[in-house]
Design a protein around this ligand. Structure first.
Ligand code: GLN
Length: 536
């Protein structure tokens, strides 16, 4: 089949769930048995997300190949249950870098280099190469930002140009507000947004409407009139209990069939088993048990939940697998520093310290870890969380007062966590981390990590600059911190554990590979331990 393209655009404002629409369509088409992959366009001039602050931009997601990409990739992978590559991420920065290098190399043969055609041609080339290299039936392209932004205008123009030669469908995701005083859904903002889109030469083939409540008949009628679309092409994307339900919500409306029909595909059937499998997951996610587990996440970006989205999703996947419910308590580490642990952490059934960078809140996280260890509350440390677990142990069990990471105190007497030797001389921020999927060797049978994965060789994604300083391995070990996993050459510690209660820290980020259809093993073990704690 000749590759077909679906372009997902956003109108009016950001945050409408273009990523969820894209992910749901990926899922649906894969359930139809098609070979489908996403591409994400991001207009910013950063090369990738590696240097972005999670507070502003949400979590930096890491792929197997080490690509540091937009958090939407996390959602694509969770839905598609496939490992993507950084070739799916096309940013303004990558394009500009490429164009300028070409220009300096004299490849434009004296032409003046312009957005159209040079940049737009490069975009089209990348999209078409991606499709043919991967032999895809479908490519779904999510255009970051909102129609009307200068940042993404050249991407939209490139797609308009592509639509004249390729089989391509535009989906516009827009917002339908409801004014409570009037009690009516309003379409005027969406109408103005279509005009803007049409001004770029694009008439959407479908309009997906984000709204709090189901679309009213009159809303659909008006949208259909103003967008020149039959009513069946207006799709409801009103709030659902869980985002994982969106593919099912689309299928219930017949969006799948209409989308395929628009491409001239009439007789293809969805794979019933795959559909049932997904339905089961969605009902498990929606299931509410009487006594939810109380799980605390102690971090420093807790005001913006998007900073830890993969951690939250990993908990959701495991809880669905175990058929337990949970309440998340987002805890600012600095609040523990001021109020003390007891007031904030008492009553939790499990504590997670997720990844992070920089000094703020570190002492609060260490206090939380000590509290978890001393009160036998199940603990999971992710990357930074594992480093702090080792520091806490060094300080309070091994008696190494003032132990720290050189990331937070360069003058500490005991740098239990230190820069990896090969990182010391690197100043290029984009090149200074241990990134991507890397093999982990489990050392101890019956350790927490071994029981979680039921395997002595595992692979997880990494993103870190610091690690356990090998000089301190013996003293940590002697005092009872179990070093349960290392790199295959044994040169680096990959996981540490407590002996007396459930506590594990991992240098990797297992949350990045957690999916509804294959929850991260360490999260499953952690939630199991939290359930046991709740039953005490
Ligand atoms: N800041 C720590 C490091 O660079 C931890 C990184 C992380 O948690 N991803 O090693």
């Amino acid at each position: 089949m000749h590759t077909k393209f679906i372009i997902v655009l956003g109108s009016l404002m950001s945050g409408l769930g273009k990523g969820a629409v894209t992910s749901s369509l990926l899922k649906i088409l894969s359930m139809y048995g098609y070979k489908v992959l996403p591409i994400k366009f991001d207009g910013y001039l950063n090369y990738d997300c590696g240097t972005m602050n999670p507070y502003r931009h949400g979590e930096v997601f890491v792929l197997d190949d080490g690509g540091e990409v937009d958090m939407d990739f996390g959602m694509y992978e969770r839905f598609l249950n496939k490992n993507l590559t950084k070739a799916s991420s096309i940013t303004g920065g990558k394009l500009m870098d490429h164009i300028l290098k070409n220009e300096r190399a004299g490849r434009y043969l004296g032409e003046d280099v312009q957005i159209i055609p040079h940049l737009t041609d490069e975009i089209k080339k990348r999209v078409l190469d991606f499709a043919s290299k991967n032999k895809l039936d479908f490519v779904i392209i999510e255009v970051g930002g909102t129609v009307g932004d200068i940042e993404n205008s050249y991407f939209i123009e490139a797609m308009r140009q592509l639509s004249t030669s390729e089989d391509l469908v535009f989906i516009d995701v827009t917002y339908i507000p409801k004014l409570n005083v009037v009690g009516e859904q309003k379409t005027k903002p969406a109408q103005s947004a279509f005009r803007l889109l049409m001004g770029s030469g694009i008439i959407p083939d479908f309009i997906v409407c984000r709204s709090e409540e189901r679309l009213e008949e009159s809303t659909i009628r008006k949208l259909s009139l103003f967008a020149n679309l039959p009513k069946e092409r207006i799709v409801d994307s009103s709030d659902l209990n869980t985002v994982y339900e969106l593919p099912l919500h689309f299928i219930r409306q017949g969006f799948d069939k209409r989308l395929l029909y628009r491409f001239g595909i009439k007789d293809r059937k969805i794979n019933k088993n795959k559909l049932i499998r997904w339905q089961k997951i969605v009902s498990a996610v929606n299931e509410q048990k009487n006594k939810p587990l109380s799980i605390g996440i102690v971090g420093k970006y807790t005001h913006l939940r998007d900073s830890y989205v993969s951690v939250k999703e990993a908990i959701t996947h495991s809880s669905a697998k175990l058929h337990v419910s949970y309440n998340l308590k987002w805890i600012e580490a600095e609040d523990i520093e001021s109020a003390g642990p007891e007031k904030i952490l008492a009553g939790l059934n499990g504590i997670i310290v997720p990844g992070g960078f920089g000094k703020r809140g570190i002492e609060g996280m260490i206090t939380a870890i000590r509290y978890a260890r001393e009160n036998k509350i199940p603990f999971l440390g992710l990357c930074l969380g594992m480093q702090l677990m080792s520091i806490e142990f060094a300080r309070n069990v091994c008696g190494l007062k003032g132990a720290n990471s050189s990331e937070f105190n360069k003058n500490s007497k005991y740098k239990v966590i230190d820069l990896m030797p090969e990182q010391r001389s690197i100043s290029d921020k984009g090149a200074s981390m241990r990134l991507g999927a890397l093999p982990i060797k489990v050392l101890k049978k019956d350790s927490i990590i071994h029981m979680a994965y039921n395997n002595m060789a595992v692979s997880e994604r990494h993103r870190h600059r610091y690690e356990i300083n090998n000089r301190y391995r013996p003293i940590l070990n002697r005092n009872g911190l179990v070093i349960s996993a290392v790199t295959p050459d044994r040169s680096r510690v990959e996981a540490v554990e407590w002996k007396d209660s459930f506590g594990i820290g991992t240098q990797s980020h297992p949350e990045l590979k957690s999916r509804p259809e294959s929850p991260a093993p360490l999260f499953v073990s952690f939630l199991n331990a939290a359930s046991a704690n709740a039953e005490k």
